[in-house]
Design a protein around this ligand. Structure first.
Ligand code: C5P
Length: 235
């Protein structure tokens, strides 16, 4: 079954500091979104990439894609996004042509994901998993706290989950199309990734090994790291 990728890129990127929407900010001179689109189109299995643009920025994103060299064997679509990441992904799914049975959802904010990670996710979906996430063990110990009402106030620690059983989850997350469409139709809770919506349906989500370079560009230091990774790749 052909594979399509949906790239939600409609976020403001407030945590990165003032400036353009996050996906449109440059990494070594090229917008983060273009890096992300190339990373997904690098897989020979991916034949369509749907970019979900900021609601008022679809024209700008279309021009951006036209201005950069992208693989000829891949089709590209641009649709306007929504208020939340969840809504943006759903708007991307609404634009998906019928022939695509496998869907990847990939954050524009993870511009450097290696193609081997993309292919590992696709392979696990094709092997029969309804939902697949790339995941890495944690370096830090994680604590659950009682969140302070005033930011910066001390927060009582409630629990320390066993670190060996925890994973940090990345994208692209891969799905059987019908499963993801049902999850987006049925699950209305606020979630931070697509796989958790499939979990709410009671279905099994599996994790495959992620990659350090698939990290999310969220804060200013992440931009420094991303540019260093790109510089190292060019050597
Ligand atoms: O905010 P966060 O880093 O979790 O955003 C993850 C991805 O979701 C980013 O690529 C961002 O552009 C996208 N997003 C979106 N629509 C929104 C909010 C976030 O497409 N309304």
């Amino acid at each position: 079954s052909p594979v399509a990728a949906v790239i939600p890129a409609a976020g403001r990127g407030v945590r990165l500091g003032p400036g353009a929407p996050k996906a449109l900010r440059a990494l070594n001179g090229t917008p983060m979104l273009i890096h992300a689109v190339r990373a997904l189109a690098a897989s020979r299995h991916v034949s369509l990439v749907i970019v979900v643009a900021p609601p008022d920025g679809a024209g700008e994103v279309k021009s951006l894609l036209d201005a950069h060299a992208l693989p000829e064997r891949t089709d590209f679509l641009v649709v306007p996004g929504g208020e939340s990441r969840q809504e943006s992904v759903r708007l991307g799914l609404d634009a998906l042509p019928p022939e695509y049975g496998v869907v990847l959802v990939h954050d524009a904010a993870r511009p450097l994901v290696p193609v081997d990670t993309v292919d590992a996710v696709i392979e696990a979906v094709r092997d029969g998993a309804p939902a697949v996430v790339p995941a890495l063990p944690l370096a830090d110990t994680v604590k659950e706290v009682e969140p302070a009402t005033v930011p910066g106030d001390p927060e009582p620690v409630v629990a320390t989950p066993d670190r060996a059983r925890l994973r940090a989850v990345q994208t692209p997350q891969g799905f059987d199309r019908a499963t993801l469409v049902r999850a987006h139709a049925d699950v209305t809770d606020d979630v931070t990734d697509d796989a958790s919506m499939v979990e709410r349906l009671g279905l099994t989500v599996v994790a495959v090994p992620g990659h350090e370079e698939a990290f999310k560009v969220t804060r200013p230091l992440d931009l420094v790291l991303a540019e260093a990774v790109l510089a190292r790749r060019r050597l």
